[in-house]
Write a protein that binds this ligand. Structure first.
Ligand code: BGC
Length: 875
């Protein structure tokens, strides 16, 4: 029976395999400026990327052809026919056709030729919409007057094409003819409004109709603090006539049901003030006021070219308790950012209060002490028309695990509320799992910590009266954000936000946009600028960003140089923040100064600015010498006070001279193992680099022990104490002090999971994962680990398992990438998909896709091209 099923199954498999003719498959996952079918491209030479697939291993793209057309069918290449271009590039290929026009829809496709010269068929057709390239494309005015704004107009014919470009500050919600346009919330993204304002483009063709139409916009205060709207609707009718509808003083305004809205405090919504039908044509708005012209916010208008904030998930509560009569407390089972959706039925004017908190007291009541001044309270006042009412706030968000309902008419049930998980809708792009449960639990904390804190800028926390783009937090968790989510467009935007706040003296600010903290930024905070720029290059291969921001990071490095006349930076505010053992601030500041100069030098080299590169190289050397001179203690063989961070940072950055490294490393290891019984004493900065450093220095075993530690202080201690997101402090505190329970800055360990345990590392010789070093660490009691990362070239996977001295490593590599796989074989022979590829200490060529192999220490390093490879030994 089983045998027959097996035969049957294999026949099906063979059949499916045979249907796919061998050779190149059509390119997939077409993207423009990192985005799938984006709306509002305002870059004149946008860059195209695609992912290649082939039925054979080790294949390459030899040439490609792109067609860009104004026709949906792409029948004519009226904008661009690239012709056959001899190039292996499948990422960041700049548009080079006729000038793109504002407010248009364009279609494109691509095909490629493989190494054998065989052409693929064309990809499916993708599209992009342009925004407004020039300020004069905007015909409307910024208008204001109330929360709700509306306008009616008539169309003589059906629209063939209609694009709406909108910016509504602080936040807007756009409706046309009774329907909400798009699914963005808390839009547009937060910027330094007097420098830049983001607008969003929607294709609204299908929202409009021949005859009467109505546009309705609701505004919230958001980070901007007041309300104003700019709208440009460009319509092309069937038959070719064009017209535009813009924001001006012919719009009508009215306060509406949102009585108050504040990001920190919450929203009060009085459903009795709803004016049903106001977003449809024919609504009687005679008693509404006229809109007035507002003072423009001042910044340039830029397209929002990043994933918008959306409701990304829904969570069902775990538990409902009633700690006091009439007080209903829900445990959502997960700390997250967003709000709840409330279902309620009751009499008109009933007031339901929804409070949010991360913690509860022993008696089950909400503990909001650590929210500081943030009220985090939404109030819903019922319409009371006998129907069930459903409410979600519009212009606020909260960070919470617990929800308290009071004033609820009747008895609420578990399904009275559902959690709505709200954040920038960056696509999850990574996966990590391993045989040791604590690692998976930490990975979960990291994942939720990141997603709770992407709110158009990377924030420090999501719950208290803060939620700022604190720059150190931002760079510390950016690598693990990149490995878990597609962050390319998000950080492209954030880098521009950073550039916007840079002073003419090169100074930066602690938070971006700048609201909290100081100018100039603490050096370890401001260095987010060069660091995130560099990560964008390493992980996404973005050279254009290097060109755009070179002068910016150079100005920052030069700013620090002026603050370090003798090579030592003369200021620091935070040092290695929230540590167990302190590290002198000037040591930390000087190392980040060194790092900023080092990245500036590397970027100068890449951009061919050799004289400047030389100059920064010399500066680097002089900082290095000054640093060593100032902080090294030859008696103890350590830096400064010998704290873990004081010793590990100079090692990690290769600032410590060769001759002291050995002794320094033993001092560090002794400190971890003996002085602290295998625990960290670092703050957020040291915590990021300690695990990669130990791994690089062949102490992955110790890194693993720290990562799986469960007693205080450790990540495992947070897990053991019920954390569902990462804490701000190693300590478990619940009082009114600074102790958020959702702070992603300690989440840097997440990058180490991918880099060390799953072994997936970008190789600087081929930025953007064009080259990859696959070096999984098979440490201690870890029996298997598995990671996948979606790169610009496609999915990269490394999964391994072992049993005594037998092991198996399976890797999958996308076309366009080249990988060095480290197979820890000792003296044994190695098979790949059953064929011997290494025996008697030598490479046995013959397997397709494997280019070469050499021995490096205990490992054999295979260089392989695209495809799936399974290496085994001892089986
Ligand atoms: C923030 C941090 C930030 C720090 C700097 C705190 O209030 O929450 O995460 O980096 O301030 O001092």
């Amino acid at each position: 029976m089983f045998y027959r099923m097996f035969v049957l199954l294999s026949a099906v498999v063979v059949c499916v395999a045979e249907q796919q003719s061998p050779g190149p498959l059509p390119p997939a996952n077409l993207r423009v400026e990192y985005l799938t079918n984006p709306s509002g491209i305002d870059i004149r030479q946008p860059r195209f990327s695609w992912v290649l697939h082939h039925t054979e291993r080790g294949q390459k793209q030899q040439a490609f052809q792109i067609i860009v057309s104004s026709e949906r069918s792409t029948a004519t290449a009226d904008l661009w026919d690239s012709g056959r271009i001899e190039s292996a590039a499948s990422t960041h290929v700049p548009y080079a056709g006729k000038p793109l026009e504002s407010s248009r829809i364009y279609y494109w496709k691509v095909r490629y030729w493989d190494s054998n010269g065989v052409a693929s068929s064309y990809s499916r057709i993708a599209r992009f919409t342009t925004g407004l390239f020039s300020p004069s494309d905007w015909k409307g005015k910024w208008i204001t007057g109330a929360n709700q704004l509306r306008k009616e107009f008539t169309l003589d014919a059906k629209p063939a094409r209609a694009l709406a470009h909108i910016s509504g500050l602080g936040y807007y919600e756009l409706r046309i003819n009774g329907r909400k346009v798009g699914d963005h919330v808390l839009d547009p993204g937060w910027t330094t409004y007097d420098k830049r304002v983001l607008y969003v483009t929607y294709d609204v063709t299908h929202y409009l109709q021949a005859g009467a139409n109505a546009i309705a916009v609701t505004l919230g205060r958001g980070w901007f603090g007041s309300r104003m709207l700019l709208l440009q609707l460009n319509i092309e009718l069937e038959g070719g006539n064009r017209l535009e509808v813009v924001s001006d003083t012919t719009w009508k305004v009215q306060p509406g049901p949102i009585v108050s809205d504040s990001i920190y405090d919450g929203e009060t919504y009085d459903a009795r003030l709803e004016t049903s039908g106001w977003d449809r044509p024919g609504f009687q708005d005679q008693d509404w006021k006229w809109a007035s012209v507002a003072n423009a916010p001042g910044g340039v208008l830029s397209a929002q070219l990043m994933p918008p904030i959306r409701v990304n998930d829904t969570i069902v509560p775990l538990k409902l308790t009633v700690p006091r009569p009439g007080v209903y407390v829900y445990d959502m089972g997960q700390n997250f950012a967003g709000w709840v959706r409330l279902r309620v039925k009751g009499s008109r004017g009933t007031k339901v209060r929804i409070r949010h908190a991360e913690l509860v007291y022993d008696d089950g009541m909400l503990n909001t002490e650590n929210l500081r001044a943030a009220k985090a309270t939404d109030v819903y006042i019922l319409r009371g028309d006998g129907e069930e009412e459903i409410y979600e706030p519009h212009f606020t968000y909260h960070g919470f695990r617990y929800v308290e309902l009071t004033g609820y008419p009747g008895t609420p049930r578990l399904d009275t509320i559902t959690g709505r998980v709200v954040h920038s809708s960056v696509r999850p792009s990574g996966n990590f799992a391993a045989s040791k449960p604590i690692l998976n639990q930490i990975q979960r904390l990291v994942f939720w910590g990141i997603r709770s804190n992407l709110h158009s800028v990377p924030t420090d926390c999501d719950q208290r009266d803060e939620r700022m783009g604190w720059m150190a937090d931002a760079h510390l968790y950016s690598e693990n954000a990149i490995l878990n989510f597609d962050m390319a467009a998000f950080y492209t935007n954030f880098l521009r936000n950073i550039a916007d706040i840079q002073g003419s003296d090169g100074s930066l600010t602690d938070t971006v946009p700048h609201k909290y903290g100081r100018r100039p930024a603490d050096p370890a905070w401001g260095s987010a600028y060069p660091l995130i720029l560099w990560y964008m290059y390493e992980y996404y291969g973005d050279r254009r960003l290097l060109e755009q921001h070179y002068t910016g990071i150079k100005a920052w490095a030069d700013f620090l140089r002026r603050r370090a006349p003798d090579g030592i930076v003369d200021y620091s505010y935070y040092g290695d923040w929230v540590p167990i053992e302190k590290t002198p601030g000037s040591l930390v500041s000087t190392l980040y100064y060194y790092w900023s100069v080092d990245i500036t030098r590397r970027v100068a080299e890449i951009l061919g600015k050799n004289a400047e590169a030389d100059q920064y190289k010399r500066l680097e050397e002089s900082i290095q010498a000054a640093f060593h001179q100032k902080f090294y203690n030859p008696q103890t063989g350590t830096y400064a006070n010998g704290s873990q961070t004081a010793n590990l940072l100079p090692l990690y950055l290769d600032v410590a001279p060769k001759e002291v490294r050995g002794r320094l490393m033993s001092a560090l290891v002794d400190n971890i193992v003996y002085t602290n019984n295998t625990h960290l004493t670092t703050g957020i900065l040291g915590a990021k680099y300690i695990l990669p450093l130990l791994t690089r220095e062949r102490r992955a075993d110790l890194a693993y022990e720290l990562a799986t530690q469960t007693t205080y202080p450790s990540w495992g201690y947070m897990v053991g104490n019920g954390a569902t997101t990462l804490w701000e402090l190693w300590q478990n505190k619940t009082g009114p002090s600074m102790n958020s329970h959702n702070h992603p800055m300690f989440g840097s360990i997440g990058a180490w999971f991918y880099n060390a345990l799953a072994g997936i590392n970008p190789d600087p010789r081929g930025p953007g994962f064009a080259r990859i070093r696959m070096q999984p660490q098979m440490v201690r009691d870890l029996n298997w680990a598995s990671g996948t990362v979606q790169t610009m070239y496609g999915a990269v996977t490394c999964s391994w398992n072992r049993d005594r001295d037998r092991f198996r490593i399976e890797v999958a590599i996308p076309l366009g990438a080249e990988v060095e796989v480290y197979v820890p074989a000792g003296e044994r022979s190695i098979q790949e998909s059953g064929k011997t590829v290494w025996a008697d200490g030598k490479f046995q060529p013959g397997a397709s896709g494997i280019m070469s192999a050499h021995k490096a220490g205990e490992a054999v390093v295979f260089t392989v091209g695209s495809g799936r490879y399974v290496f085994t030994a001892g089986e």
